[in-house]
Design a protein around this ligand. Sequence first.
Ligand SMILES: C[S@@+](CC[C@H](N)C(=O)[O-])C[C@H]1O[C@@H](n2cnc3c(N)ncnc32)[C@H](O)[C@@H]1O
Length: 212
Amino acid sequence: MAGRGEARRGRTILPNVSGLELEDVEKPATSATLFGNEAPLELEIGSGKGTFLVSESKLRPGVNFLGVEYTRLYWRFAEARRRRNVCENVRVVLAHAVTFIRDYLEDESLHAAHVYFPDPWPKTRHRKRRFVQPDRIELLARKLKPGARLQIVTDHAVYFDQIQKVVTDSSLTVVDFDMPASALEREIVGSNFERKYRREGRRLHAIAARRV
Ligand SMILES: C[S@@+](CC[C@H](N)C(=O)[O-])C[C@H]1O[C@@H](n2cnc3c(N)ncnc32)[C@H](O)[C@@H]1O
């Protein structure tokens, strides 16, 4: 938890806590193995500092929320936030999302997948690093239960064009975006990046799709 035991590096305060690392996660990663219960499981890819996970989990205590985040600093911030808010229905794993989804999740195990403000990798030579690509979306689609939804929000208009095409061409069916319970008035999801980008006046784009 941030506070006692935290280290200062420049102006950044590093919470002295760790969440789950891949070697701590039993395969397959399910509500039973991660949370010890059978509640529905929702995944956030690139969960950053955990704002969405924590806010949403408090309003929907009957659902388990799993974040996958590959930046150690953000993963630690998310774990600190999870502990501070005593969120028993949240876990955050330090991993590359593709590795985790491919190797740890069972097919048809997720009740929803959330991808909020995925890194846009604007340079052409970096575009292959984008999360939303046809093979990755199909991989994720297989992990959704029939009827479960994938939700994506971005501020990046060019990336959104690609996201729309990939999602529309995928095996998923595009549906209306469902605002999460924790979104405040005039918000789409209420994640950290949404709040930051709204302050900057950026236009935001959202899409949702359902596994038939
Ligand atoms: C722009 S931030 C958005 C964070 C949060 N979703 C929000 O809306 O505030 C993108 C996050 O995704 C993480 N990320 C990007 N690619 C990832 C990947 N392949 N696997 C896991 N995390 C990833 C980054 O480290 C970063 O924390």
